[in-house]
Unconditional design. Structure first.
Length: 544
């Protein structure tokens, strides 16, 4: 049976149909819902994710959660508490010797850092999704349908017509919407339907992911608490770590070529790798393949791709989910602007122009990390006792420190990406700083993330940015120019917040008299004189 939904009422008509209710689709739905844009999010499963997948919510993603007002909710959902050390240890085995360690990996330690407003968090992806789902469903205009899948769509003129199937009842519904977004993952149906091709290399390596309960495992070794233990040995190089409450752990060995997962004994593998014999209870197993793939196009007419549907890379560095959330943010505010009438066509064109170079950079970083997995550090005598073993472990530890720092200290990638060539960013002629995967140097150069600062009242500068554009002005800004900017923004229907902070340190972070900051907290323009209405037309996509 097929029914056609009415599109006459905004309450009944989603302006955007989002396929896939993972973190990417939820981020997009939250951006739209927070801006008053009705959207429908469909998910073929009966709930948000249950697989562990990502475990690091990085500082940039948590800054988005802060902007949405739910960072504290995620903080409260932390399975081990915020003070649990986010250390990464390299050991021969859990029962063996330590080789090297990275403390505060991914910047999860609580406390205020001048470079960002929110620390990262080690938390299973399914917990992140549940916090995001609850918030999305609290927003007026956001509808989530579980057990509902996309069957197909066609687009023409000003609409996209999609057929959805209710998997509980076997009924099809046809709906009309303004835009459709495929956030439907690595096997994206939407990607196939719009003819997008993934370019790169599939199958860089195969991995076995085992989730298990292990009462007493944390106390059975002497290395102390950590979020990951890389086990470097010739028999079973692997990564293991605590994942959730209830003594729940993950174990991830690499599968040798020709190995069949169904032939493996998961409990025996854990015992072999750790050297610790416990009554391990295996909860789930799955296989995943590391690949380096990037879509040739992110859009066809009114249909867009986001997240794994358009970029796939190895998980080493913790970029995947976080990059997908950033996709949802970038596309979300731009779709809202266009649907509300103040965004022009170049704004949607900028989505691929901005995001694809970032994806390429992150993909390259993840592949470099993938090239140095645990088996690369296995050497003769690594588990030997005496001077020979001590020397082998010292040498391996030095190689690990030199090689893996770019995987666990990545603020330069997480916060340092820029939209240099965006059609809705106005360059100022300044030289682009060199890309640095570790060191993040804040800059108010157009295209960069607006520099962060803490204000004297304890709030973040970001807390004072508006939901639309923010014009940050120095103390010597002209009142007449500020009035003119406000009047021109109002006439164009562009939401604009005027902000003149008095904290002296901000002047060094924002050296020009004016800095125009976008809804996603990236700089759109800076200068010492307000250039007038043409600037607003450019940054909102009305001028090419």
């Amino acid at each position: 049976m097929t029914r056609t939904a009415s599109i006459s009422s905004p309450a009944a008509a989603p302006r955007v149909l989002i396929v896939g209710a993972g973190p990417v689709g939820l981020a997009l739905a939250i951006e739209l819902g927070a801006r008053g844009v009705p959207c429908l999010l469909v998910e073929r499963n009966d709930r948000v994710g249950v697989a562990p997948r990502a475990k690091t919510t990085n500082v940039r993603t948590r800054e988005h959660l802060r902007r949405w007002g739910i960072a504290d909710m995620l903080r409260a959902a932390s399975p081990f508490g915020l003070d649990y050390p986010s250390n990464v240890l390299f050991v021969t085995r859990l029962a063996g010797r330590e080789l090297s360690r990275f403390e505060n990996a991914m910047y999860c330690a609580p406390g205020r850092n001048p470079l960002y407003s929110e620390h990262a968090q080690w938390i299973p992806q399914y917990s992140v999704e549940e916090v995001m789902r609850a918030h999305a469903q609290s927003l007026p205009g956001v509808e989530i349908r579980f057990n509902c899948e996309l069957r197909g769509f066609e687009q023409g003129g000003e609409r996209v017509r999609a057929t959805l199937r209710d998997l509980n009842h076997g009924e099809d519904t046809v709906i009309d919407t303004d835009y459709l977004v495929g956030a439907d993952g690595a096997r994206s149906m939407v990607r196939d339907l719009i003819g997008t091709k993934m370019e790169g290399s599939y199958g860089l390596s195969r991995h076995y992911n085992i989730i298990f309960k292990a009462p007493g495992l944390a106390a059975a070794h002497h290395h102390g608490p950590a979020i990951m233990y890389w086990q470097v040995n010739a028999e079973m190089p692997s990564v293991i770590g605590p994942m959730d409450r209830g003594d729940t752990w993950f174990f991830m060995p690499r599968l040798a070529e020709g190995t069949r997962r169904e032939d493996l004994d998961a409990r025996a593998l854990i015992h072999l790798a750790t050297g610790i014999d416990l009554p391990y209870q295996v909860l789930s197993t799955d296989e995943w393949v590391a690949s380096k793939l990037l879509a040739d196009k992110y859009r066809n007419g009114r249909v867009f791709l986001a997240g794994d549907a358009c970029h796939l890379h190895p998980p080493f560095g913790g970029y995947g989910m976080n990059m997908g959330v950033a996709d949802g943010v970038d596309l979300g505010w731009k779709l809202a602007a266009v649907l509300q009438g103040w965004g022009g066509p170049a704004l949607l064109d900028s989505y691929q122009t901005e995001r694809r170079p970032v994806h390429q950079w992150v993909l390259d970083e993840a592949v470099l990390n993938h090239a140095n997995l645990g088996d690369r550090f296995v050497t003769e005598g690594l588990e030997a006792s005496g001077p020979e073993g001590d020397r082998a472990r010292r040498e391996a530890g030095a190689r690990i420190q030199a090689t893996k720092l770019r995987e666990f200290a990545t603020l330069g990638v997480v916060l340092g990406y820029r939209y240099d060539d965006s059609p809705v960013v106005v360059p100022d002629g300044s030289a682009a700083p060199a890309a640095d995967f570790i060191n993040y140097v804040p800059t108010s150069r157009p295209g960069a993330l607006a520099p962060h600062a803490w204000l004297h009242d304890g709030s973040s500068l970001y807390d004072h940015f508006g939901a639309g554009y923010t014009l940050l002005a120095q103390a010597n800004a002209s009142p007449d120019e500020l009035d003119l900017a406000a009047q021109q923004a109002k006439a164009a229907g562009v939401p604009l917040t005027l902000l003149q902070p008095t904290v002296p340190a901000i002047a060094s972070l924002y050296p020009t008299r004016y800095t125009l900051i976008r809804p996603d907290q990236h700089v759109a323009w800076r200068g010492d004189a307000w250039p007038g209405a043409p600037l607003l037309a450019r940054v909102t996509g009305h001028l090419n």
